[in-house]
Design a binder for this molecule. Structure first.
Ligand SMILES: [Zn+2]
Ligand SMILES: [Zn+2]
Length: 391
């Protein structure tokens, strides 16, 4: 450390891998070309085991250090892309219409492959490095699928680490917190059933549109009046639809859909409780029926304090700079499932932001992963293994 010479030497090769993956962005669990590419590289570099199909399309590789194979530290990358039409004009742009690596998961996967190459060659650690390549991070809960397939217990993982590139953060710098890094993301559908009729005879109807307007306004009182102002919470109604198709017809039904997000489990629970209570109260007030379908999505991404410190120490070794505190985000990340499973069955884990420099934001058609940050990311993965599993 800082950047080991061998990692600097490997970086052009890793950049080629990143660009090769960028050309073949695949979605969700449907990753045949991506998983074939990753598995072929892992086998060629001499990993001690390569397991396919964990969590449907996940891959797990093990590398045993020269000091024996007792403890296991896991490093995770995500492999899936997004249904976005690329607008970067890069020579290695997506060759699959309507799909793009717009979240930089091609970079994460290539950096973890680079770390695998380095660790296979050097093996200067005592224990097992477990490399986890997951499918379906973008909404498909691939991380949960791998946990449910026994990821943590099967590979005896005691700690797990991951990083995400972050546009707007100085290129190659690291940022982390102890505690919450990313929010929980839950989703709701609310069906208001009134009584439809002629728009000129509102007295004979139960106007579901007016009820929806009151309900949307009342829901904003949850974050404004029920949640501690020092806690973070989002409650957004994002879709509204009625079954009326004419301007002189009051609908029978109005459907609202949206998302609720929080950085702690108690606030997450409070959002659901208050949303349900307000729906019941508005239904009673206006004489309508309101049905709520509330689906829990990804939980809060929480770094355990010790592992956040270890992650920061590894970053310090790479950059020579103390890590900046990360600003938590209200987006969600399904690495949260692996963190909580590692906390239950092992010591815990941590999730790090790696600055991508000035670029378009994640999920934007002009977003570009910054290949200049590859050495820092690879060196951080390698440092975690060598520091957490010392010879
Ligand atoms: Zn994303
Ligand atoms: Zn992402």
């Amino acid at each position: 450390m800082p950047i080991p010479a061998r990692i600097a030497q490997l970086s052009p090769q890793i950049t080629d891998w990143r660009r090769a993956l960028h050309r073949i962005p695949e979605l969700g669990y449907d990753l045949p070309q991506t998983t074939a590419f990753v598995a072929e590289k892992l086998r060629a570099m001499g990993c001690d085991s390569v397991t396919m199909g964990l969590g449907r399309a996940g891959i797990v590789a093990e590398i045993i250090g020269t000091g024996g194979a007792n403890h296991a530290i896991a490093l995770r990358a995500d492999m899936d892309a997004l249904p976005i039409t690329e607008a970067t004009g890069a020579p290695y742009a997506s060759q699959i219409a309507g799909q793009m690596h717009a979240c930089g998961h091609d970079g994460h996967t290539a950096m973890l492959l680079g770390a695998a190459q380095y660790l296979c060659e050097t093996r200067a650690f005592s224990g097992r490095a477990v490399l986890v390549f997951q499918p379906a991070e973008e909404g498909g809960a691939g991380g949960l699928a791998m946990v449910n397939d026994g990821l943590i217990s099967r590979f005896g993982i005691s700690e797990i680490y991951a990083l995400h590139n972050m546009p707007g953060q100085a290129a190659g710098t690291f940022a982390i917190n102890s505690g919450a890094m990313m929010a929980s993301a839950d989703f709701f559908d609310i069906l208001i059933t009134g009584r439809g009729g002629h728009a000129a005879k509102p007295q004979d109807a139960v106007d579901a549109v007016l009820i929806a307007a009151h309900l949307i306004t009342a829901l904003q009182s949850v974050t404004a009046r029920n949640i501690d102002p020092l806690e973070a919470a989002v409650l957004s109604v994002c879709m509204i639809d009625t079954d009326s198709r004419a301007p002189n017809v009051l609908p029978q039904e109005v459907r609202l859909s949206g998302t609720a997000r929080a950085l702690s489990a108690p606030v997450r629970d409070a959002l659901e409780t208050r949303l349900r209570a307000i729906c019941a109260g508005v239904a009673a007030t206006f004489g309508a029926q309101i049905a709520v379908d509330y689906q829990r999505g990804y939980p809060v991404t929480v770094n355990s304090p010790d592992q956040a410190d270890f992650a920061a120490t590894a970053a310090l070794a790479v950059t020579g700079q103390p890590t900046a505190p990360a600003a938590p985000m209200m987006g969600a990340e399904d690495f949260s499932y692996m963190l909580s499973a590692a906390g239950e069955h092992g010591q815990g884990g941590a999730y790090m932001f790696l600055g991508n420099g000035d670029s378009a934001m994640l999920h934007h058609p002009a977003y570009q992963f910054n290949d200049a940050i590859i050495p820092a990311g690879v060196a951080w993965f390698a440092a975690l293994i060598e520091q957490r599993l010392p010879l």
